[in-house]
Design a binder for this molecule. Structure first.
Ligand code: EVA
Length: 639
C-alpha cells in the first residue's frame, strides 16, 4: 500500500524530525556498491548537503557531469519510547524527491525503491529501526533513458564513464534535492483527504472526503473536521451526522462536521469518511487575493480520545473551462506569467525558501498571476506559497523529451519525426508516466493554486501511436482528481493544427512557439509576425471552442548586451520580439493566457546553442530584471 503523500505537519498526535544536513556521499562508478555492501556503511566518502544538487558544488568537470549510481548515507537517533508511549506510533521516512530514482536501506536492509525524480515517496520503517543510532543509506541513479521520465539517453565514454544526453533543455541536476524527514504518526491515522467546492449565491458547499488507515478493521472511530477562518473563528456552527452514507448526504452540516463512513475498503484497513459542509458567506480564494481556511481533521475513538489530528490550509474556489474561457469562481481569468524552472546558481534544483520568496516578489512586481511548473512537479513548498499568494499554477508532470533529439528545441520547428511512440519502450514509459501522474495529483490535489494539470511538454503528437498513448494517460488522469480540474499539455511547433492528433484531448490548448527566434529570427524577423498570424488563423479555422494559452515564447538574451536596432541576443531584440508577439496575441480572442519563456535564465547541458545556459529569462539567473521585465510589467498591470 502506498504511504500517504500528505504534507508533513506537527500536531497533537504527529511529530516530524528533519534529517537534512551533511550526509556521507560517494559516486559508484563501477556499480559495485551493492556487491560491496555499501548499504552496511560507506568506507570512502565525502560530505554532501541534503537537500542539494551535487553538480555545481564541484570544481571537477567529471564530478559535475557525473552520471550513474551514487550513494548517500546518514545516521539518525531514535529515542527509546517511554513505557506505553510511542508504541502505537508508526515511523515513516519521507523523501521530498530523489533524482531520478532511489533504493533505500535502513540498518542495511532494503526497505523500498522509487522511480521518478520530482515527487515525494514515503516508507514505513517502524519494523526496521531500533532505539538508538540507526543507519540510513540511499543508492540513487541519475541515468536517462526512453522508458523513464524525463526522457533522454546516456553516452558511454571510452573510460567506461557515462554522460547524460537529455532530450530536454535543462541541466540534469541530481541528488537528494528536497528535504528528508522522519514522521511519527499514530497507528490509526489520516491517510489522505480531499475537498471539492461548489459555489452558489452567498454559499459554498464543500464536499470533504477523509481516508483513514485503521489499525484494527473492527475499530469504531469518529472523524470530525473543523474549518477556521482567517480571523481564527470556527467558520460556522457544529452539526453532527453519524448516519450511513445516504442520510449523511442529506445532512448539510456546518463548518465543524463529523464525517460519516463511506465505501471504504475495510479489507486493507482503510476506510473513507465523507461529509458535506455548507458555509454561508464564504471567503473565497481568488486570483492574487488569497484567503485560506485552516482545516483540522480529527479522529477520535468512541470514548472521545484523540487518535489522530492533521492540519492544513485550504482555499475555496472553483475552476472550469467553459466555452473559450478559463473560469475561476465562475469569472474569466487571463493567465499572465511564466514558465519557470527550479534553478539557481550553486543550489541547482535544491528548494530554497529565499529564492522562492524572491521569485514571487519579482512575479508580483510585474503583475504576473500564474506560472507553469515546467517541466516537472516542484517542491511542495512552491504550491503552499502560491496558495498564500493567490497565484495560479499549471502543474506539470516530468513528461518532457518525448522526441528523440538532444536539440529538440531546435528540431521542434523542422518537421523532424523520430518515431518516438512507435518504439517498444513506450509500454514501460507509459507505466512510469501513469505512476507519476498519479503521484502528482495525489500530492497536489488540495492546492487552490493548482488550476490545471499539464500531462506533457512537447511530445511528438502527430501520429496515431501518440494519440493512443495519450488517450490512456488523459483517461486515467481524469479519474484521479476529485476537483476534476482541466487537463492540458504543451504542444511544440510540429504539432500544427493540421497534423496534431492529440489536441482534442486537452481542455485548453497550450502552445510553445518561437516565431522570431527559432523561426524567422534575426534578419528574417519581419517574416515572423506573418507566420505566427498564419498559424493562429489555422487554429482559429478549426473552431475547437477551446481556450488557448501561450505556454512558451521567448528569445535568448544576454543581460547587458545592447544594440540599436535590436539584434539577436540583445535586450532590445527581446523587447522587439515581445512587442510583436503581444501585438499578434491581442488580435485573437481565443488566447486566454500568456506565460513567457522563461522567468529566469537557467542551466542547461553545454552546446553551441547555449551560452552558459538558456538565456531566455526575463530575469537573470540571480533574479535581476532585463529590460523586457518592464515591458511585461506595463502590459500585465494594464490587462
Ligand atoms: C527553449 N523551448 O528553446 C525552450 C526549452 C523548453 O527550454 C522549448 O519546451 O520548446 C522547450 O524546455 O528555450
Amino acid at each position: 500500500m502506498m504511504e500517504s503523500l500528505l504534507y508533513p505537519c506537527v500536531t497533537a498526535t504527529r511529530m516530524k524530525l528533519s534529517l537534512d544536513g551533511m550526509w556521507k556521499f560517494s559516486f559508484d562508478r563501477d556499480k559495485k556498491g551493492e556487491e560491496k555492501h555499501w548499504e552496511k556503511g560507506l568506507s570512502e566518502y565525502e560530505m554532501m548537503p541534503v537537500p542539494g544538487s551535487f553538480a555545481d558544488l564541484y570544481t571537477d568537470k567529471k564530478k559535475k557531469n557525473y552520471c550513474g549510481d551514487f550513494w548517500y548515507e546518514t545516521d539518525f537517533f531514535i529515542p527509546g519510547a517511554p513505557e506505553g508511549e510511542g508504541k502505537e506510533k508508526r515511523t515513516l521516512l519521507r523523501f521530498g524527491s530523489v533524482t531520478h530514482r532511489a533504493a533505500v536501506y535502513v540498518n542495511g536492509q532494503k526497505i523500498g525503491e522509487h522511480e521518478g525524480g520530482f515527487l515525494p515517496f514515503v516508507f514505513d520503517i517502524t519494523e526496521y529501526i531500533c532505539p538508538g543510532v540507526n543507519r540510513l543509506s540511499v543508492k540513487a541513479n541519475n541515468e536517462l533513458n526512453e522508458e523513464c521520465l524525463p526522457c533522454g539517453t546516456v553516452k558511454k565514454n571510452k573510460d567506461g564513464s557515462l554522460t547524460a544526453k537529455p532530450y530536454f533543455d535543462f541541466f540534469n541536476y541530481s541528488g537528494i534535492q528536497r528535504s528528508v524527514e522522519l514522521l511519527f504518526v499514530p497507528e490509526t491515522s489520516i491517510e489522505d483527504y480531499s475537498y471539492v467546492t461548489e459555489l452558489s449565491k452567498g454559499e459554498a458547499k464543500v464536499d470533504l472526503e477523509v481516508k483513514l488507515r485503521i489499525k484494527e478493521a473492527s475499530e469504531d472511530v469518529n472523524v470530525s473536521v473543523e474549518l477556521i477562518d482567517e480571523a481564527g473563528k470556527i467558520a460556522a456552527d457544529e452539526k453532527l451526522c453519524n448516519a450511513d452514507r445516504k442520510s449523511l448526504l442529506q445532512c448539510k452540516s456546518k463548518a465543524e462536521a463529523f464525517l460519516c463512513e463511506g465505501d471504504g475498503d475495510s479489507a486493507s484497513g482503510c476506510s473513507e469518511y465523507v461529509a458535506s459542509v455548507l458555509l454561508e458567506n464564504p471567503i473565497l480564494w481568488k486570483v492574487r487575493d488569497a484567503h485560506l481556511y485552516d482545516i483540522i481533521i480529527r479522529v477520535t475513538d468512541k470514548s472521545g480520545k484523540l487518535l489522530d489530528e492533521y492540519r492544513d490550509r485550504i482555499g475555496l474556489r472553483t475552476v472550469e473551462v467553459k466555452d473559450k474561457d478559463i473560469l475561476v469562481n465562475g469569472e474569466p481569468v487571463y493567465l499572465k506569467g511564466y514558465g519557470k524552472h527550479e534553478d539557481f546558481s550553486i543550489l541547482g534544483r535544491t528548494f530554497n525558501y529565499s529564492v522562492a520568496r524572491r521569485d514571487f516578489e519579482c512575479m508580483k512586481w510585474n503583475g504576473a498571476n500564474c506560472f507553469r511548473t515546467s517541466h516537472y512537479p516542484y517542491a511542495d513548498e512552491w504550491y503552499r506559497m502560491a496558495d498564500e499568494e493567490g497565484f495560479l499554477i499549471i502543474d506539470e508532470v516530468p513528461a518532457v523529451g518525448m522526441m528523440r533529439s538532444t536539440h529538440n528545441f531546435v528540431d521542434a520547428g523542422t518537421g523532424k519525426y523520430t518515431y518516438f511512440f512507435e518504439t517498444p519502450t513506450v509500454l514501460k514509459l507509459k507505466k512510469n508516466h501513469l505512476q507519476q501522474v498519479g503521484e502528482m495529483i495525489a500530492r497536489d490535489k488540495n492546492h487552490p493554486s493548482v488550476i490545471a494539470f499539464s500531462l506533457f511538454n512537447e511530445p511528438e503528437t502527430t501520429s496515431e501511436y501518440a494519440y493512443e498513448y495519450f488517450s490512456e494517460i488523459f483517461e486515467a488522469a481524469r479519474k484521479l482528481d476529485p476537483q476534476n480540474r482541466p487537463l492540458t499539455g504543451a504542444l511544440e511547433k510540429n504539432s500544427s493544427p493540421e497534423k496534431c492528433r492529440c489536441y482534442p484531448l486537452l481542455d485548453f490548448i497550450c502552445l510553445n512557439r518561437y516565431y522570431g527566434w527559432y523561426i524567422s529570427g534575426g534578419e528574417d524577423f519581419e517574416e515572423a509576425e506573418g507566420k505566427f498570424r498564419d498559424e493562429l488563423d489555422r487554429w482559429k479555422a478549426l473552431e475547437t471552442d477551446k481556450p488557448f494559452v501561450m505556454t512558451e515564447f521567448g528569445t535568448d538574451t544576454l543581460s547587458g548586451n545592447h544594440s540599436l536596432p535590436g539584434t539577436m541576443w540583445s535586450e532590445e531584440y527581446q523587447n522587439d520580439y515581445y512587442e510583436m508577439n503581444f501585438r499578434v496575441l491581442d488580435d485573437y480572442d481565443f488566447i486566454r493566457g500568456e506565460l513567457v519563456w522563461n522567468f529566469a535564465d537557467f542551466a542547461t547541458s553545454e552546446g553551441i546553442f547555449r551560452v552558459g545556459g538558456n538565456k531566455k529569462g526575463i530575469f537573470t539567473r540571480d533574479r535581476q530584471p532585463k529590460s523586457s521585465a518592464f515591458i511585461l510589467k506595463k502590459r500585465w498591470e494594464e490587462i
